[in-house]
Write a protein that binds this ligand. Structure first.
Ligand SMILES: Cc1cc2nc3c(=O)[nH]c(=O)nc-3n(C[C@H](O)[C@H](O)[C@H](O)COP(=O)(O)OP(=O)(O)OC[C@H]3O[C@@H](n4cnc5c(N)ncnc54)[C@H](O)[C@@H]3O)c2cc1C
Ligand SMILES: NC(=O)C1=CN([C@@H]2O[C@H](COP(=O)(O)OP(=O)(O)OC[C@H]3O[C@@H](n4cnc5c(N)ncnc54)[C@H](O)[C@@H]3O)[C@@H](O)[C@H]2O)C=CC1
Length: 444
C-alpha cells in the first residue's frame, strides 16, 4: 500500500510518523513545497521577542530523519494538480521538473493560509504575515532595523497579541488593531479580555479596538509609512497582518466536499468524500464536542491528533476521532489565559443557550507569599447542564486546569458533577475551598 502525503508540517508529519512507526509494509511519500518541515510557529514571537536565544530549537524533525526511516520525501516540490480518478499526484520538483507519484491512499495536509486584508496598499514593502518560518525571519529582520520605530499589528487574536508583545520587547512603539472591541474576542468573554487589554496597555502597547484598517500608504520607495483606518491615520514603519487563517484547499476543492470556509469535510476517520483521500490538520474540518457539530479550528494540537487518526485508519487499524474542544492558551508579559470549548459569546453566536458561573480567588492560601489571583468562568448549557466551556486568567501557572475542563466537555460532564469532585489540597499549590469547586457550587 502506497500513501502519498501532501504537506509535511505538523499534520502530515503526524500521519507519516503513525504509518512509519506502526505499519512497516506501508510505502510513505511526503511532498512539500517549503524548504523546511516541523516549524513550531508558536515559537516565532518568543524568538522575535528574544525570550529564547534563536529559532534553531523550533524544528522537531527533518528530511533526513524521514529518509532514514524508509520514507521518500520531496521538499521544495509544489503539487500543481491531482488526478483523483487515476490516483496520481502531479508536482514540480526541486529541479523544476514536472513529475508525478501514484497513490493508493492520499493524505491532504496542505494546512492553512493567512487571510489577506483586501485594502489598497496591501502588497507594499514592510507589510508582513506570520505563518511560515521565512515570514518570521522577515519580521525579525525588519524589527531589527533601527529605522523601524513604530509597528502596527492588525488583528488582536493569538498571533497579533503575541507578536505585539514581541515587538514591544524589542523596544518598538506598538499599535494593536482589531475589528472587535477587545483582544482575543474569539476565545474569551469581555470579563476576561479586559484583563489582557489592561496588561497590554500597562506594558506600553497602544490599543485600537473596534477600528478597521482601510488603506496602507507608501513612501517614495514603495515602503509602507502610513496606516489609514476608519477613524484616523497613523505614521508606521512596519505592519504585521494577523486577522486569521483560512483552509488551504485549492488542490481538492473542486473534487471533494468542503465546509463553508473551504476546508475539506472529513468523517471521524479523517476521510473525505473520496474513499481514497484523507484530509488532516488546518485544511480539514474537525468535530467540536462543545458545539456537537463539525467546525473549523486551526491549531497544531488538532493537526497532530488528526494526523494520527488518519495514519491508523490508512494503516488498517480502525480509530475514531473523539473530537476536540479547541483548547488553547496564551501567556503575555507574565499574564496567562487558557480556555476550552465555548465562551458565553461563542455560545450565543452558535445559538446555544448557556449559563455561566464565575469565581475569583487566590491560587494558594493567603499565608503563602508568592500568590496570585485566579479568575475562572465555567460555561454550561441551560437545558442539559453539560459543561461547554471554561476560561481561566491569572499571573499564576493555571495551564493544566484547562485539560480537566476539556475532558469534561468531551465526556458530557454536567456542572453538578463538578460540585463535589475530589480535588486535592496542598498549600504549595491550591486552597481547600478551591476556585473550581467554588465556581461549580455557585452555579444556578
Ligand atoms: C505564528 C503562529 C503561532 C502559532 N501558535 C500555535 C500554538 O501556540 N498552538 C497551536 O496549537 N497552534 C499554533 N499555531 C497554529 C499551527 O501552527 C497550525 O494549526 C499548524 O501549523 C497546522 O498544521 P498543518 O500541518 O495542518 O498545516 P501547515 O502548518 O499550514 O502546513 C501545511 C504544509 O503544506 C504544504 N503545502 C501546502 N500546499 C502545498 C502544495 N500545493 N504542494 C506542496 N506542499 C504544500 C506547506 O508548505 C506546509 O508545509 C500557530 C500558527 C502560527 C502561524
Ligand atoms: N497560542 C496559540 O494557541 C496560538 C494559536 N494560533 C492559531 O493560529 C490561527 C491564526 O491566528 P490568528 O491569525 O491570530 O487568528 P485569530 O483567529 O486568533 O485572530 C484573528 C483576529 O483578527 C481579528 N480580525 C478579523 N478581521 C479583521 C479585520 N479586517 N481587521 C481587524 N481585525 C480583524 C479578529 O477579530 C480576531 O481577533 C488561529 O487558529 C490561532 O488559534 C496562533 C498563534 C498562537
Amino acid at each position: 500500500m502506497k500513501t502519498v502525503i501532501i504537506g509535511s508540517n505538523h499534520a502530515g508529519i503526524a500521519a507519516a510518523n503513525t504509518l512509519l512507526d506502526n505499519y512497516p509494509d506501508q510505502e510513505v511519500v511526503l511532498i512539500d513545497r517549503n524548504t523546511n518541515l516541523s516549524y513550531l510557529g508558536c515559537g516565532t514571537a518568543l524568538w522575535v521577542g528574544r525570550q529564547i536565544d534563536g529559532y534553531e530549537g523550533l524544528f522537531y524533525t527533518n528530511k533526513e530523519d524521514f529518509i532514514k526511516r524508509g520514507a521518500k520525501i520531496h521538499m521544495l516540490s509544489t503539487v500543481t494538480n491531482i488526478d483523483f480518478d487515476g490516483k496520481v499526484v502531479h508536482f514540480d520538483n526541486e529541479s523544476g521538473e514536472s513529475v508525478s507519484e501514484s497513490y493508493d491512499k492520499l493524505v491532504l495536509a496542505t494546512g492553512s493560509k493567512p487571510i489577506v486584508p483586501n485594502i489598497p496598499g496591501k502588497d507594499l514593502d514592510g507589510i508582513h504575515f506570520l505563518k511560515l518560518f521565512q515570514e518570521g525571519q522577515a519580521v525579525d529582520k525588519d524589527i531589527s532595523s533601527e529605522a523601524v520605530k513604530t509597528v502596527a499589528v492588525i488583528g488582536a487574536g493569538y498571533i497579533g497579541v503575541e507578536i505585539a508583545e514581541a515587538a514591544k520587547r524589542r523596544g518598538k512603539n506598538v499599535l494593536l488593531f482589531d475589528a472587535m472591541p477587545t483582544s482575543l474576542a474569539s476565545y474569551y468573554d469581555p470579563e476576561f479580555t479586559k484583563h489582557m487589554d489592561k496588561n497590554l496597555e500597562e506594558n506600553g502597547v497602544e490599543l485600537h479596538f473596534g477600528e478597521l484598517a482601510t488603506e496602507y500608504k507608501a513612501d517614495d520607495n514603495g515602503r509602507v509609512n502610513q496606516l489609514v483606518t476608519d477613524k484616523a491615520a497613523y505614521d508606521v514603519d512596519m505592519v504585521i497582518n494577523a486577522i486569521g487563517f483560512t483552509a488551504n484547499s485549492d488542490l481538492g476543492s473542486e473534487h471533494l466536499e468542503t465546509f463553508r470556509n473551504g476546508a475539506y469535510l472529513v468523517d471521524n476517520h479523517q476521510k473525505t468524500s473520496d474513499d481514497s483521500v484523507y484530509a488532516v490538520g488546518d485544511c480539514a474540518t474537525i468535530y467540536s464536542n462543545a458545539l456537537e457539530a463539525t467546525t473549523y479550528i486551526a491549531l497544531a494540537t488538532n493537526a497532530v491528533r488528526s494526523g494520527i487518526v488518519a495514519g491508523h485508519n490508512i494503516g488498517g487499524t480502525v480509530l475514531d476521532s473523539i473530537g476536540v474542544q479547541g483548547s488553547n492558551g496564551i501567556s503575555i508579559f507574565g499574564f496567562n489565559m487558557v480556555s476550552t470549548g465555548l465562551s458565553v459569546a461563542a455560545a450565543a453566536k452558535n445559538n446555544i443557550d448557556v449559563e455561566y458561573t464565575d469565581f475569583e480567588d487566590l491560587q494558594k492560601p493567603a499565608f503563602i507569599k508568592e500568590n496570585g489571583s485566579v479568575k475562572i468562568r465555567i460555561v454550561y448549557e441551560k437545558s442539559t447542564r453539560r459543561i461547554v466551556g471554561a476560561q481561566l486568567a491569572s499571573t499564576e501557572d493555571i495551564a493544566a486546569n484547562i485539560h480537566m475542563f476539556s475532558l469534561a466537555i468531551q465526556e458530557h460532564v454536567t456542572i453538578d458533577k463538578l460540585k463535589l469532585l475530589d480535588i486535592f489540597f496542598l498549600p504549595h499549590f491550591n486552597q481547600p475551598y478551591n476556585y473550581i469547586t467554588m465556581a461549580a457550587l455557585k452555579a444556578k
